[in-house]
Ligand binder design. Sequence first.
Ligand code: ATP
Ligand code: MG
Length: 289
Amino acid sequence: MKVHKFCKPYCITNGKKFKLKDFNPADTDGFKPGKNLDERIAQGTRELQKWQDKLYAQDRWGLLLIFQAMDAAGKDGTIKHVMSGINPQGCQVFSFKSPSSEELNHDFMWRCMKNVPERGRIGIFNRSYYEETLVVRVHPEFLKNQRVPAPLITKNIWKERFEDITAYERYLSRNGVKVVKFFLNVSQKEQKKRFLERLNNPKKHWKFSAADMQERQYWKDYMAAYEDMIRHTATEESPWYVVPADDKLYAHLVVGAAVLHALEEINPTYPEVSQEQMKRIEAAKKELS
Ligand code: ATP
Ligand code: MG
């Protein structure tokens, strides 16, 4: 059975009518934790390995997977899951945190542009240039740190950011880098539960951050920013997946399926061997035997 049927309901290729409230963070499409779900996930992982091998061998296309989410939505675990199925040689992961002073000396896309995956590789962005339209939009005072010239900060700034991001992703896709974006859609209730786990379990204390608590107060503003971002930047060539993330395993299934779908669309094949190369292969076989 095609695994990617699991990601289809959450795929946005045209954001015009997108409304976040139509997407239930707790959706599991009837899947219950257990054998059934584990088997599907394992099947997806095996298929992923096969596709990645071809992508790497063909060495033409790159695949960029972008992950955005509220804190404790499970970005790290999901990335670990995607990675578990693939050859580390063909994969690169980058995390984008609060920008450094060097990064603040450049335009907001600079630090991401430098790390777009090479041909044949899968690149993973843990946060990305989309933070500009999320955390910076929710806290516009951050624009000051960026030293963007004042006349450029107008009421149109977010619309312009969306235009620039869309244009950049179109550019990448026209150059052979497919961009697929994931919003791990966790509910505020589930986030509270996970924060409490971090506070109550000593093994999870290291994950607790007072800053995360702070950002939780801006939940509504963030949701409005996510909705507007998806409305403006979901396209046929670079879709957004709004992944239900209250159930971690189901989120892994959906993301895995979406990655498979992207690879199927790229449809990489092993390079054809020329007649001359074939002759060399035959000669080498003879020599060795
Ligand atoms: P984890 O907490 O799992 O280690 P994380 O991605 O949440 O991973 P943190 O260091 O906790 O990493 O948080 C990074 C913070 O940096 C986030 O709050 C994010 O919003 C912020 N950030 C990312 N990009 C920007 C940006 N361009 N401007 C301002 N803040 C940013
Ligand atoms: Mg964090």
